[in-house]
Design a binder for this molecule. Structure first.
Ligand SMILES: [Zn+2]
Length: 502
């Protein structure tokens, strides 16, 4: 062995870094989260949205102020926003696979969209262009690094009769991906991806929201953040919600909602459900409580004041938004799926919500981790045997069946949304194969080390967008070994059928 002086110096620095990291692990997660939140809150976008919700006309109308700080090193001459409701304009563009059209629009297709009426800057109206789901705002003068700007956008939107993320059904209005949200500017410039029919094609930075919704008074609203004010105005209520640092804001409105709430570790959990589903609405509350408690202990404390589970006319399953998840009403029965879906969407509060990622380019990062985390919940809450049964019934066996019936190689886990043509393929590969590979990684490095890696990954990336490289970095850090080649080549880019686990 040959050791030179310079290397010893480097070794000393590495040792100091390792010790610092080790102590970093031991610090109270809540302190860490709070200081990370303070830092990020100074620079993140602030949205102040004020809308009228008219369920009879299926319309939402109002204004959005947004304060945006240029945190990039370059001047920005344009700003881009996603206008996701425009994906619902035509049957061709509607973000549902063609084979699922009848489920997405059980009462037939009718367009949904958002119409931008005006964009105003500090010194008057600004020019803008709308192309499908993208709004480009041309600034009257360049926004220099560290400068901020306030825009006011006026808009009207029409809610389509879709049982998807944006639409209405018999019982609920699902109002998600509904307002002009700032696109992410990253090392690739502006991310202007379309609303793909498969996957959750979203990618956003965290922001702070204050959202005021004027709704007919017979409607109840389940939303992200916390209700900070509700006052009656004639036949209407004006609901005001305020959030902590979240990467989106969604709400569900219904005139037949009942609610049940409880506290767990200082977090208020609320279940919104239909009267006739009361037994299951209360079960959903219990599952959400157990999941928030478990993940808070296993990964890191849930840092928000509230968490809401809303039964929705949603044919796809469940859908995660910060502090709020939509759960398809079809699961409010005695089957295993209600708990599974509630727990899965709750795990997304950590993987997608608190630690974000580009769900268009690297969807495995949140979905596979969330599936893996769902199994963890069952193992820890009900014991290993139940965990194993759930893993086999919901992940391993369906995947093996998929692979055997495929008649070709399954293709890699790490690939962007546009490379998946059906939900079936996406689900099998990204969720199941991804989670199986994480289980294999867990058994290779040990459960405790993998937990440490995930906790490190969380702390390094809370309120940010993480990448596959960040995930690998965390595994390497926790194990003190280099798993880069294994994770990329044996797991994520591997196109071979799974080896039957021993
Ligand atoms: Zn998911």
């Amino acid at each position: 062995m040959h050791v030179n002086k310079k290397r010893l110096g480097i070794a000393a620095i590495i040792l100091i870094l390792l010790v610092a990291t080790y102590y970093g692990f031991l610090r109270e997660p809540s302190d860490f989260e709070e200081s990370a939140a303070r830092r990020i809150a100074k620079d993140c976008p602030r949205y102040i949205i004020d809308v009228d919700f008219d369920p009879d006309e299926k319309r939402i109308e109002g204004t959005q102020e947004v304060i945006i700080k240029n945190t990039e090193m370059v001047e920005l001459t344009e700003l881009y926003f996603h206008l996701y409701p425009n994906a619902f304009k035509t049957p061709d563009a509607a973000p549902f696979p063609k084979t699922e059209f009848a489920s997405a629009y059980p009462d037939g297709f009718s367009p949904g969209y958002i119409n931008i009426k005006k964009v105003t800057g500090v010194s008057g109206p600004l020019e803008y262009e709308v192309e499908d789901t993208i709004l480009k705002v041309v600034l009257d003068k360049p926004l220099k690094p560290q400068q901020q700007i306030k825009l006011t956008l006026e808009f009207t939107e029409v809610i389509p009769p879709s049982y998807g993320r944006f639409g209405y059904g018999q019982n609920t209005y699902n109002i998600a991906n509904w307002y002009p949200i700032l696109a992410v500017y990253d090392e690739n410039g502006w991310n202007k991806d379309p609303y793909y029919a498969v996957g959750d094609p979203f990618y956003s930075d965290v922001g702070l929201y204050e959202v005021k919704i004027k709704a007919p008074k017979e409607y109840t609203i389940a939303a992200g953040g916390s209700l900070s004010d509700k006052k009656q105005d004639g036949a209407y209520n004006i609901w005001t919600f305020k959030t902590g640092l979240v990467r989106d804001f969604a709400w569900v409105a219904g005139s037949k909602f009942q609610t049940a709430s409880d506290m767990v570790d200082g977090v208020k959990i609320t279940s919104f459900y239909m009267k006739e589903d009361a037994v299951y609405g209360k079960k959903a509350l219990e599952y959400a409580k157990k999941a928030i408690k478990f993940y808070s202990e296993y990964f890191a404390k849930y840092p928000y004041k509230e968490y809401t589970v809303a039964a929705s006319d949603f044919y796809i399953g469940g859908m995660e938004y910060p502090n709020l998840v939509m759960i398809g009403r079809q699961f409010y029965n005695d089957g295993d799926l209600l708990e599974y879906v509630v727990v899965h969407e709750t795990a997304h509060q950590w993987w997608y919500g608190l630690v974000g990622n580009n769900e268009v380019k690297e969807p495995w990062l949140d979905e596979a981790l969330t599936e893996y985390s769902t199994v963890l919940y069952y193992e820890n809450v009900y014991g290993r045997k139940t965990g194993q049964r759930i893993y086999e019934d919901f992940i391993y066996n369906p995947y093996r069946f998929y692979e055997q019936s495929l008649g070709r190689l399954p293709g890699p886990v790490l690939r962007p949304l546009e490379e998946f043509s059906t939900w079936g393929e996406y689900d099998a590969i990204v969720y199941s194969r991804g989670a199986i590979m994480l289980k294999q990684l867990e058994s290779s490095i040990g459960k405790e080390k993998f937990r440490e890696a995930l906790r490190f990954y969380f702390r390094q990336n809370i309120y940010k967008n993480a990448t596959t490289a960040d995930f690998i970095k965390a595994v390497n850090k926790a194990t003190g070994a280099d798993w880069t080649d294994y994770i990329y080549n044996k797991m994520l880019k591997n196109t071979q059928p799974l080896q039957k686990a021993a």
